[in-house]
Design a protein around this ligand. Structure first.
Ligand SMILES: Cc1cc2nc3c(=O)[nH]c(=O)nc-3n(C[C@H](O)[C@H](O)[C@H](O)COP(=O)(O)O)c2cc1C
Length: 181
């Protein structure tokens, strides 16, 4: 009975990759490192695999990568205002290290967008002025992160009743249960 809501969630996530302006294209990623302080930021959803792994790109030197190395458990938040649909996803993040995979993805990035991964100084370093960012002539700090969800919470605000469903992954199978919204 809950399967249709998981299908809808998957469907909207997939749509965001092809439909311009879809709000699921961006999500909030939360990490908690050894300092036990939750840190949030917006990232771009780049890909979803058939088994629902979610992929985003970043700079290997960024704080989120330090956090993920310290604690691979992450939370993701998606919100679709028109549908009043919120997805909260919990999962395990993995930093993709396969050089061939990295190269393939890197080759698919527009030259102008590559600048995000080739600053000489690490992201978050202080700058005298925003115009003084220097870029590498060779090499990059491009990094791919893949998140494997183990919990998905679907919440839709609607009349007469809101709808809240929790999906948990057990032995590669998703089980869903309705919750009080
Ligand atoms: C619309 C938008 C999209 C963004 N997409 C990404 C992204 O895909 N990857 C990324 O690393 N940072 C992205 N950022 C920047 C992050 O939100 C964040 O500021 C940065 O990665 C540093 O985060 P950290 O220090 O916690 O690692 C984006 C920011 C905005 C406003």
């Amino acid at each position: 009975m809950t399967q249709q809501f998981l299908d809808e969630a998957k469907d909207e996530l997939q749509k965001s990759l092809v439909k311009k302006g879809h709000p699921f294209r961006y999500f909030t990623l939360a990490t908690v490192g050894l300092d036990k302080m939750a840190r949030l930021r917006t990232v771009v959803l780049r890909k979803i695999t058939q088994d629902l792994k979610l992929i985003f790109y970043t700079d290997r030197r960024s704080k989120k990568i330090i956090h993920i190395t310290e604690n691979s458990k992450v939370s993701l938040l998606f919100y679709h205002p028109k549908l009043m649909l919120q997805l909260k996803i919990e999962g395990k993040a993995r930093i993709v290290s396969d050089e061939d995979v990295l190269k393939t993805y890197w080759n698919g990035i527009q030259p102008n967008s590559r600048k995000d991964y080739i600053t000489q100084q690490a992201p978050g370093s202080s700058l005298k002025s925003p115009d003084t960012v220097e870029y590498l002539n060779e090499g990059n700090h491009f990094c791919i992160v893949e998140i494997e969800p183990f919990k998905i919470e679907y919440l839709k605000l609607k009349r007469p009743n809101h709808l809240r469903v929790r999906f948990s992954k057990d032995d590669d199978k998703w089980d869903g249960e309705f919750l009080v919204p």
